[in-house]
Design a protein around this ligand. Sequence first.
Ligand SMILES: [Zn+2]
Length: 174
Amino acid sequence: MPQSDWLLPQPDMSVQVNALRDNEGNLLPDALGALLAMAGDSYIEQVPAFDIDGTPVVPPDRHVLDHLARSCALVDEETELLHPFAATTVYVMFGDRYECDICKTPESARYDSPLLVAAGATNGYLCEACARRVVTALGGDGATYLMAADEVPANIQAKVDARLAELGSDTIFT
Ligand SMILES: [Zn+2]
Protein backbone atom coordinates (compact mmCIF):
# COMPACT_ATOMS: atom_id res chain seq x y z
CA MET A 1 0.00 0.00 0.00
CA PRO A 2 1.14 3.62 -0.45
CA GLN A 3 3.42 4.79 2.35
CA SER A 4 0.99 7.47 3.51
CA ASP A 5 -1.71 4.82 4.11
CA TRP A 6 0.26 3.53 7.09
CA LEU A 7 -0.19 6.72 9.09
CA LEU A 8 -3.27 8.52 10.41
CA PRO A 9 -5.09 10.64 7.83
CA GLN A 10 -4.39 14.32 8.40
CA PRO A 11 -4.27 17.60 6.51
CA ASP A 12 -1.92 17.54 3.54
CA MET A 13 1.13 19.18 5.05
CA SER A 14 2.88 19.24 1.69
CA VAL A 15 0.90 22.40 0.88
CA GLN A 16 2.65 24.27 3.67
CA VAL A 17 5.75 22.12 3.70
CA ASN A 18 6.61 22.79 0.06
CA ALA A 19 7.30 26.35 1.11
CA LEU A 20 9.81 24.96 3.59
CA ARG A 21 12.21 23.25 1.19
CA ASP A 22 15.71 24.48 0.42
CA ASN A 23 16.98 24.88 -3.17
CA GLU A 24 17.79 21.16 -3.40
CA GLY A 25 14.23 20.26 -2.39
CA ASN A 26 15.14 19.06 1.12
CA LEU A 27 12.77 19.79 3.97
CA LEU A 28 14.02 22.31 6.47
CA PRO A 29 13.43 20.64 9.87
CA ASP A 30 13.50 23.90 11.85
CA ALA A 31 10.84 25.46 9.65
CA LEU A 32 8.70 22.33 9.94
CA GLY A 33 9.07 22.48 13.72
CA ALA A 34 7.81 26.06 13.73
CA LEU A 35 4.83 25.07 11.58
CA LEU A 36 3.92 22.27 13.99
CA ALA A 37 4.23 24.55 16.99
CA MET A 38 1.75 26.91 15.32
CA ALA A 39 -0.70 24.07 14.66
CA GLY A 40 -0.48 23.13 18.35
CA ASP A 41 -2.55 20.18 19.52
CA SER A 42 -5.41 20.79 17.12
CA TYR A 43 -4.71 17.65 15.08
CA ILE A 44 -3.83 15.30 17.94
CA GLU A 45 -6.56 12.65 18.07
CA GLN A 46 -8.07 11.65 21.41
CA VAL A 47 -10.54 8.90 22.25
CA PRO A 48 -12.40 8.32 25.53
CA ALA A 49 -10.58 5.85 27.77
CA PHE A 50 -13.78 4.13 28.93
CA ASP A 51 -17.16 3.56 27.35
CA ILE A 52 -20.41 4.73 28.96
CA ASP A 53 -20.75 1.31 30.64
CA GLY A 54 -17.16 1.46 31.93
CA THR A 55 -15.66 -0.88 29.34
CA PRO A 56 -12.09 0.10 28.40
CA VAL A 57 -11.97 1.57 24.89
CA VAL A 58 -9.38 -0.14 22.72
CA PRO A 59 -7.83 2.45 20.38
CA PRO A 60 -8.93 2.02 16.75
CA ASP A 61 -6.90 -0.12 14.34
CA ARG A 62 -5.92 3.06 12.47
CA HIS A 63 -4.07 4.26 15.56
CA VAL A 64 -2.36 0.89 16.15
CA LEU A 65 -1.17 0.89 12.55
CA ASP A 66 0.13 4.46 12.79
CA HIS A 67 2.03 3.67 16.00
CA LEU A 68 3.61 0.51 14.56
CA ALA A 69 4.48 2.20 11.26
CA ARG A 70 6.46 4.83 13.13
CA SER A 71 8.01 2.66 15.85
CA CYS A 72 9.07 -0.06 13.38
CA ALA A 73 10.21 2.42 10.68
CA LEU A 74 7.81 1.03 8.06
CA VAL A 75 7.61 4.37 6.24
CA ASP A 76 10.40 6.62 5.03
CA GLU A 77 11.44 9.79 6.81
CA GLU A 78 9.80 12.09 4.26
CA THR A 79 6.40 10.37 4.66
CA GLU A 80 6.69 10.68 8.42
CA LEU A 81 7.58 14.37 8.19
CA LEU A 82 4.50 14.96 6.05
CA HIS A 83 2.32 13.20 8.68
CA PRO A 84 3.64 14.85 11.82
CA PHE A 85 0.65 14.08 14.07
CA ALA A 86 1.30 10.61 15.44
CA ALA A 87 -1.28 8.44 17.19
CA THR A 88 -0.55 8.86 20.90
CA THR A 89 -3.49 6.76 22.11
CA VAL A 90 -1.69 3.42 21.96
CA TYR A 91 1.71 1.79 22.52
CA VAL A 92 2.44 -1.81 21.58
CA MET A 93 4.47 -3.69 24.20
CA PHE A 94 6.65 -6.60 23.18
CA GLY A 95 7.89 -7.53 26.67
CA ASP A 96 6.21 -8.38 29.97
CA ARG A 97 3.62 -6.03 31.42
CA TYR A 98 4.79 -3.63 34.13
CA GLU A 99 3.35 -3.56 37.63
CA CYS A 100 0.74 -0.93 38.48
CA ASP A 101 2.40 2.05 40.18
CA ILE A 102 -0.65 2.59 42.44
CA CYS A 103 -1.80 -0.85 43.67
CA LYS A 104 1.49 -2.64 42.83
CA THR A 105 -0.26 -5.59 41.15
CA PRO A 106 2.48 -7.31 39.10
CA GLU A 107 2.20 -7.35 35.29
CA SER A 108 -1.11 -5.50 35.36
CA ALA A 109 -0.25 -2.15 33.71
CA ARG A 110 -2.74 -1.27 30.98
CA TYR A 111 -2.16 2.49 30.78
CA ASP A 112 0.76 4.90 30.83
CA SER A 113 -0.80 8.01 32.29
CA PRO A 114 0.12 11.49 33.45
CA LEU A 115 -0.39 11.65 37.24
CA LEU A 116 -0.36 14.41 39.80
CA VAL A 117 1.49 13.28 42.91
CA ALA A 118 2.82 15.11 45.98
CA ALA A 119 6.14 15.67 44.22
CA GLY A 120 4.44 17.21 41.15
CA ALA A 121 3.48 15.98 37.69
CA THR A 122 4.84 12.62 36.62
CA ASN A 123 3.87 9.58 34.53
CA GLY A 124 2.85 6.23 35.91
CA TYR A 125 1.75 2.77 34.82
CA LEU A 126 -1.80 1.96 35.87
CA CYS A 127 -3.88 -1.21 35.89
CA GLU A 128 -7.43 -1.02 34.55
CA ALA A 129 -9.03 -0.70 38.01
CA CYS A 130 -6.75 2.15 39.12
CA ALA A 131 -7.02 3.89 35.73
CA ARG A 132 -10.81 3.86 35.90
CA ARG A 133 -10.59 6.38 38.75
CA VAL A 134 -8.22 8.87 37.10
CA VAL A 135 -7.99 8.34 33.34
CA THR A 136 -10.65 9.89 31.10
CA ALA A 137 -9.01 10.16 27.68
CA LEU A 138 -6.40 8.45 25.53
CA GLY A 139 -4.04 10.43 23.33
CA GLY A 140 -2.59 13.94 23.47
CA ASP A 141 -2.29 14.99 27.11
CA GLY A 142 -4.32 11.93 28.20
CA ALA A 143 -3.11 8.41 28.84
CA THR A 144 -1.65 5.84 26.44
CA TYR A 145 -3.23 2.39 26.16
CA LEU A 146 -0.61 -0.36 26.51
CA MET A 147 -1.48 -3.10 24.01
CA ALA A 148 0.35 -6.42 24.26
CA ALA A 149 1.87 -7.58 20.99
CA ASP A 150 -0.43 -10.62 20.91
CA GLU A 151 -3.47 -8.32 21.26
CA VAL A 152 -2.66 -6.54 17.99
CA PRO A 153 -5.34 -7.60 15.48
CA ALA A 154 -4.13 -10.42 13.22
CA ASN A 155 -4.63 -8.43 10.01
CA ILE A 156 -2.38 -5.65 11.35
CA GLN A 157 0.24 -8.17 12.49
CA ALA A 158 0.25 -9.67 8.99
CA LYS A 159 0.54 -6.26 7.30
CA VAL A 160 3.43 -5.19 9.52
CA ASP A 161 5.34 -8.45 9.14
CA ALA A 162 4.88 -8.40 5.36
CA ARG A 163 6.22 -4.84 5.21
CA LEU A 164 9.20 -5.69 7.45
CA ALA A 165 10.03 -8.66 5.20
CA GLU A 166 9.79 -6.35 2.17
CA LEU A 167 12.28 -4.01 3.88
CA GLY A 168 14.62 -6.92 4.60
CA SER A 169 14.06 -6.63 8.36
CA ASP A 170 13.23 -9.35 10.90
CA THR A 171 9.51 -9.85 11.44
CA ILE A 172 8.21 -9.09 14.94
CA PHE A 173 4.92 -10.97 15.32
CA THR A 174 5.66 -14.35 13.75
ZN1 LIG B 1 -3.62 -0.71 40.03
